[in-house]
Design a protein around this ligand. Structure first.
Ligand SMILES: [Zn+2]
Length: 158
């Protein structure tokens, strides 16, 4: 079919096909933050955080991730931040993000900011474990001036 007459959703694989011979596959952190923190919150208000979480969770579960190491490697490759998982148990994982793409360097705004990343983690961990997972951001660099954006991920049987 003619590409101009056919409309379809943008798949993950398609979105990640990047051909920018001069500029390459990375963009400035500022563009992402303006979209995520300024534009989305301007339009969606307080709902932006929950919508970002569920969008991240759906995406995280569809990435085809099969291990926590693979998820950390992907986050490293995409420069989400420097990811450490100091606590990994059957029903609980704690993940720390240093140099968070969303918020490191910002003046604290008094609330957590990184719901998209939390959703991504919960979705990826559901994909890895086949169980239900939920993530809560318990520290936030740009939210409260914490050292990391830290996420407690609870894992439950389906
Ligand atoms: Zn954060």
């Amino acid at each position: 079919m003619d590409a101009k007459t056919k409309e379809e959703a943008v798949s993950i694989i398609n979105a990640l096909k990047v051909n920018r011979p001069e500029l390459g596959k990375y963009t400035g952190v500022g563009l992402y933050r303006l979209f995520r923190l300024v534009a989305m919150e301007d339009i969606l208000g307080q709902g932006a955080s929950a919508i970002s979480y569920y969008a991240g969770k759906k995406l995280g579960s569809e990435l085809g991730i099969t291990s926590i190491e693979e998820f950390i490697d992907l986050c490293t490759e995409m420069k989400v931040g420097i990811i450490k998982a100091p606590k990994v148990e059957d029903d609980f994982i704690h993940i720390d993000v240093y140099e968070c793409v969303t918020c490191d360097g910002m003046e604290p705004v008094g609330r957590t900011l990184c719901s998209f990343e939390g959703g991504l983690m919960a979705g990826a961990i559901e994909s890895v474990t086949g169980k239900r997972a939920s993530a809560k951001e318990v520290s936030c660099i740009g939210g409260f001036g914490d050292e990391t954006c830290g996420f407690d991920i609870k894992i439950k049987e389906k």
